[in-house]
Design a protein around this ligand. Structure first.
Ligand code: GLY
Length: 554
């Protein structure tokens, strides 16, 4: 026993922790990051709507009840798998306005100005309303107006502010910088107390117009005109033409397999799906799981895999409409096997020594996620975002909604870290009309051709590693879905050369990782995963204990 020291003890301690139980239901399940919105989704399903209907209703409701990330002023991705086996991936990621250019956020000395993070100039052209309308037109069943009605009501009549929302509104420094945001969300310094109603009449009116006239209202109607006018007045970049030309697009679902499970996930302009598949490809067959969950050997190997993917992310991933992403080569089993073989089981590879694409063949509280399964077996994983918490901090006067700061997901200065500390290269430099590279990873997993997992997360650069670890916890460590979501996680993103670890790992384990050469830093959370597992004829829903969401089913 002594011979194995802390390593064995750590593994035992992790495996014997008390299991948490998911919410169980026979027919349908909604998991979202805010309870009122989750209940609205469930009501849509109960009254005959399908998973797409529910996703549309929940997304609009979150724009009211979860203003840090729920939005109509941002963008995202929706992945669906239908009961007949069909799939769809909708990309409604923001685009750079036409006036944007490579050096938009650099001052005369070539230094970053910070304008990609806060204020009117940080915003990409929003995609959410077009994306939700596209999803509804192609796959919805209920009327558009019916799906927006709960959001309109919540905005007009108000809803009680939760403890969590009260805290986040009070402490949001970016909201305090803009008079309209400070008035709506911080009552000019007379902050909302838990239990007080938050009423948003301007947002209610905007949503009502969208309910009546569809997405055209947001992109060409009164909303568009006022937004463009305010942009002009405040030195912002988005014009009426940018709004009118915005389109959500359907892209091919990214697919692969891991240990016999079929993985459906997000293609570029997200890096999430490529990351997930690259990392699974490096892990498969490595035997990394033999140490057990939470063992230093396990964490070391997975962290090395993470490091290798994020190095590639920095150079080879971007909007595929602007950059030839070498998808086939990044996911080539031969390449992944060479990357796997470059991992030393006993030593961390210094990031400085690890080049993106080595061995690649020569050719070349900020985001939010919801997972839904309806009674017919249709499934939706939708992740959308304002980027940072409350986005750019800007609420458009008279319209009541917050705008994103998605321009910071570009490499504002290739080689310099963005707000997530991500170092990105030329491929993701700013160009007019381009979509910034994302990490959002809405994912669906099939087992023997049947729906098995629906999952995704907010968490910026950490999203991909959060989704990866929940999937590994289920497939390789046979946890139930709640346990898989709740267990402590870690994160490595190549640069900085640091292994970020949540609380909950044993000090022995951390010590063993330090001895392997990892520089360790504590992190409060690695993504907030919202997941559903279809299992033994029932649905099991898990909202992440790190957040304040709800899993609800019937
Ligand atoms: N804004 C976070 C992401 O898309 O990765």
């Amino acid at each position: 026993m002594r011979r194995f020291g802390g390593l064995l003890l750590a593994a035992i301690a992790a495996v014997s922790a008390t299991a948490q139980h998911p919410v169980r239901a026979r027919n349908a399940m909604v998991v979202a990051q805010e309870p009122l919105a989750a209940d609205i989704g469930l009501e849509v399903l109960r009254s005959g709507g399908n998973a797409i209907d529910a996703a549309v209703a929940v997304a609009f409701a979150l724009a009211v009840t979860h203003p840090a990330a729920g939005n109509i002023g941002g963008g995202g991705f929706l992945l669906a798998r239908f009961a007949d086996g069909g799939t769809a991936f909708l990309d409604f990621r923001e685009r750079a306005p036409k006036k944007a250019h490579r050096n938009l956020y650099l001052n005369a000395e070539g230094r970053l100005t910070g304008e990609s993070i806060t204020g009117w100039r940080a915003c990409g052209v929003p995609g959410t309303v077009r994306g939700l309308e596209l999803a509804h037109k192609r796959h919805g069943r209920k009327s558009w107006a019916e799906l927006l009605a709960p959001a309109v009501r919540l905005a007009r009549e108000g809803f009680p502010v939760s403890w969590h929302l009260a805290d986040s509104l009070r402490t949001a420094r970016n909201l305090a910088e803009f008079p309209e945001s400070r008035r709506i969300f911080q009552r000019d310094g007379n902050y909302y107390e838990p239990g007080e109603p938050l009423v948003q009449p301007e947002l209610g009116a905007t949503l009502e117009r969208i309910a009546q006239a569809g997405a055209a209202e947001f992109y060409e109607g009164e909303t568009a005109r006022r937004l463009a006018q305010e942009m002009r007045q405040h030195g912002g970049l988005i014009t009426l033409e940018d709004l009118r030309e915005y389109r959500a697009v359907e892209r091919e679902v990214l697919r692969s397999a891991y240990r016999g499970y079929e993985i459906l996930t997000a293609p570029p302009p997200s890096s999430g799906g490529v990351g997930l598949l690259q990392m699974l490809g490096m892990l498969e067959g490595s035997g990394y799981e033999r140490g057990g969950f939470g063992a230093a050997t396990t964490i070391h190997f997975v962290a090395e895999v993470m490091r290798r993917f994020y190095a590639d992310r920095s150079e080879f991933l971007a909007d595929p409409d602007y950059f030839p992403v070498p998808l086939g080569r990044l996911l080539d089993p031969g390449y992944l096997s060479r990357r796997r073989r470059s991992i030393d089981p006993d030593r961390a590879t210094p990031s400085e020594e690890l080049r993106p694409g080595e061995g690649l063949m020569a050719e070349s509280e900020q985001t939010t996620h919801l997972s839904i399964v309806d009674p017919e077996g249709n499934a939706v994983a939708l992740t959308y975002t304002l980027n940072g918490s409350f986005g750019s901090g800007v609420a458009v006067p008279g319209l009541g909604f917050l705008l994103n700061n998605e321009m910071d997901d570009f490499a504002a200065k290739p080689g310099a870290p963005n707000m997530f500390g991500l170092v990105q290269g030329e491929a993701n430099a700013i160009e007019p009309g381009k979509r910034p590279l994302s990490s959002m990873t809405p994912t669906i997993v099939l087992r023997e051709g049947k729906l098995f997992l629906v999952l995704g997360a907010p968490g910026g650069a950490r999203i991909i590693n959060g989704v990866l670890q929940v999937l590994l916890n289920v497939v390789d460590f046979t946890m139930n879905i709640q346990d898989a979501v709740d267990r402590p996680r870690f994160h490595h993103q190549w640069k900085p050369d640091t292994l970020f670890m949540e609380d909950g790992f044993s000090p022995d384990t951390v010590e063993l990782l330090v001895r392997r050469g990892h520089r360790i830093s504590r992190i409060s959370s690695v993504a907030l995963v919202e997941a559903i597992m279809a299992h033994e004829g029932r649905l099991e829903g898990a909202t992440d204990r790190r957040g304040h969401g709800k899993a609800a089913g019937f």
